[in-house]
Design a protein around this ligand. Structure first.
Ligand SMILES: [Zn+2]
Length: 245
């Protein structure tokens, strides 16, 4: 007689985190991505912009190549792939071409889950990244929406991370990142140029920032450190499955 399997085997997911700038993903969902890696998921980080504006001293090309190296280093610390879309900072506009670029990334990675910005963050690069992700996730499934890759068959679930400083954002889902918080710190530490930029621009230490936010969300959810998300609720991107770790 055959033995019945008592537990379902976990089927790893394709996870795509799309941020406007190098370091956005690390700031807002790196602990959760590390949890996804732990359970066997494949994670890709995609960046819309080159990060060419965030320096007091260096020209755009110089700072963007430094930031590209920092982002690659952070992705390696996580164990993720990195895709760079190459737009300029302040250049994430709602154009057909941008939708094609975003759709191409989604077709390349065929994600089950996308993490991205909340729609009322502080600047157009962040907010437009959200709109482009939402539209491209559907367009990527439509055969006559032409990009360099063929259409995918599924629409991903989309989770929005909190805007910087959490304005107007009450998470609906919390992920316990107590075990992976140190990896999030390690990834942020790869972004040395931005730690300096944050300090000089507004006196903010982003390592302190992520600890405060993770503790606060942890207090809300009964764990030491947490990240909070809101699922996008619309026809194409909602699912009954629980997919977060
Ligand atoms: Zn950003």
């Amino acid at each position: 007689m055959k033995e019945k399997k008592s537990a379902k085997t976990y089927k790893p997911l394709q996870i795509l985190a799309i941020g406007a700038h190098p370091d956005d993903v690390e700031l807002c969902c790196a602990g959760t991505l590390a949890r996804c890696i732990q359970r066997g998921d494949k994670v890709t980080i995609a960046l819309a912009c080159r990060g060419d504006s965030a320096s007091m001293d260096l020209p755009g090309d110089k700072i963007s190549s430094i930031r590209s190296r920092e982002a690659l280093h952070a992705a390696r610390v996580l164990g993720a792939e990195l895709i760079e879309m190459g737009m300029s900072d302040y250049g994430v506009d709602l154009t057909l071409q941008a939708k094609q670029v975003f759709s191409d990334v989604i077709r390349q990675t065929a994600p089950d889950v996308i993490f991205t910005h909340y729609h009322t963050d502080y600047g157009s690069d962040h907010n437009n990244t959200f709109v482009l992700v939402r539209d491209a996730a559907l367009a990527a499934t439509v055969g006559n929406f032409r990009t360099s890759r063929p259409a995918v068959s599924k629409s991903p679930l989309i989770y929005m991370w909190e805007p910087l400083a959490g304005y107007g954002f009450q998470p609906e889902i919390y992920v316990d990142i107590t075990e992976t918080f140190s990896r999030k710190v390690k990834m942020l530490n790869c972004h040395r140029s931005q730690r300096e930029w944050f300090r000089r621009r507004g006196g903010v230490d982003f390592l302190d920032y992520i600890e405060v936010v993770a503790k606060f969300r942890g207090y809300q959810s009964g764990v030491r450190f947490a990240e909070g998300f809101i699922p996008l609720k619309n026809w194409a991107n909602i699912g009954a499955r629980s997919v977060l770790p």
